[in-house]
Design a protein around this ligand. Structure first.
Ligand SMILES: O=C(O)CCC(=O)C(=O)O
Ligand SMILES: [Fe+2]
Length: 352
């Protein structure tokens, strides 16, 4: 466990009604509870510009929301502290002010997770990485095709079906058309992926293209089970990145499954165990998430400009563009990982 990036203000400072800070610590909220950092940023931005959302610790259930203005933090605390929050399934949030910890502002990597070069050594079932999946010439030809849509920190393109970031799902009724012909050779090559035994059933029909400026990452998430089938392919182009994988403890996941009316999970201090692994994704490599890697592990791209890979410093000097290929799911998910499955959660809710 490393030092937290943020600390609690000294007693008497930064508490409600006293000195106000632009950063708030929000407990009972985070990716281990099925709430992504993007969703948190979106909900809290109703109080003013959100600078960033950060993990407060390794539980996945406590975050820091950093506003540009102190008044926004104050408004958020007043509105959301110790009340059921309708934006997060009526989960009760516990909020206090927080301070940036000065000694941990370094951008150098993930101090705690050694970065591997090969998927085979990570010990995550279902994770595969193939290097040089496309040539440098193919890479150049595909990076800037299509028109971009801007999100707060990166640009995206969607093909086949639009991906909605607020629901983390797709609208299956709105088919945007076939995947574009410039990815046909890549899809053909995917069907030859060594571990696939029945490539005929792949039928990849959704493509998300992400463009990450230098140093921009992606908050921890599991691609929604009910949105996509079990194989997710991600091609890295232009620049490299580190991808971290996190598997939260059973306690944290059960907390997600429980509703806000279940008071025993209100203190998520019991959810601090998680497994973390990291892999280096070089340009032109293809990552496959399947089985446990796809259904039970969060994937995450840290927001770093510099990463340590083995003994080398890797600078994310250029942007990274990724092509993520998925198949949209049409019915509920029947995976072997019900603890992490929104299809099962929905069913439980409707059983109440
Ligand atoms: O950029 C990547 O490789 C991953 C993108 C991703 O995880 C997603 O779009 O869900
Ligand atoms: Fe993803």
């Amino acid at each position: 466990m490393g030092l937290p990036r943020f600390v609690r203000p000294k007693k008497g400072k930064g508490v409600k009604g006293d000195l106000v800070r632009p950063n708030i610590y929000v407990a009972n909220c985070g990716p281990a509870l099925g709430i992504s950092h993007d969703q948190i940023a979106s909900v809290f931005s109703s109080f003013g510009e959100v600078h960033g959302v950060y993990a407060a610790d390794e539980s996945g259930a406590r975050v820091i929301v950093s506003f540009s203005l102190e008044t926004s933090a104050q408004a958020a605390l007043n509105a959301f502290h110790a009340r059921p929050c309708p934006h997060f399934g009526d989960r009760t949030l516990h909020i206090r002010y927080s301070l940036l910890h000065p000694s941990t502002t370094t951008q150098v990597n993930n101090e705690y997770v050694p970065v591997s070069l090969a998927a085979s050594v990570l010990n995550i079932p279902g994770l595969y990485l193939l290097h040089d999946f496309v040539s440098a010439k193919e890479e150049q030809a595909r990076i800037d095709v299509g028109s971009w849509k801007s999100l707060s920190k990166r640009r995206v393109q969607h093909y086949g079906y639009e991906f909605c970031y607020d629901t983390r799902n797709v609208d299956t009724k709105q088919h945007l058309g076939e995947l574009p012909s410039f990815v046909s050779p890549i899809i053909e090559r995917i069907s030859l992926f060594p571990i696939l035994d029945n490539s005929a059933s792949l039928c990849l029909d959704q493509l998300t293209v992400n463009e990450y400026p230098s140093g921009v990452g992606l908050s921890p998430h599991i691609d929604t089970h009910s949105a996509f089938e079990g194989l997710i392919f991600s091609l890295s182009l232009a620049g490299p990145c580190i991808m971290e994988f996190r598997k939260y403890s059973e306690g944290a996941v059960l907390a997600k499954a429980a509703s806000s009316t279940d008071m025993k999970i209100e203190n998520p201090d019991s959810c601090s165990n998680l497994l973390r692994r990291a892999i280096y994704l070089p340009p032109r490599s293809m990552l496959l998430l399947s089985g446990e890697a796809r259904y039970a592990w969060h994937h995450y791209i840290p927001h770093h400009k510099i990463d340590m890979v083995k003994d080398s410093v890797i600078r994310r000097g250029s942007r990274r563009v990724s092509f993520t290929f998925r198949k949209v799911r049409t019915g509920p998910c029947h995976c072997e990982f019900p603890m992490y499955c929104d299809s099962r959660k929905t069913k439980r809710d409707s059983d109440r």
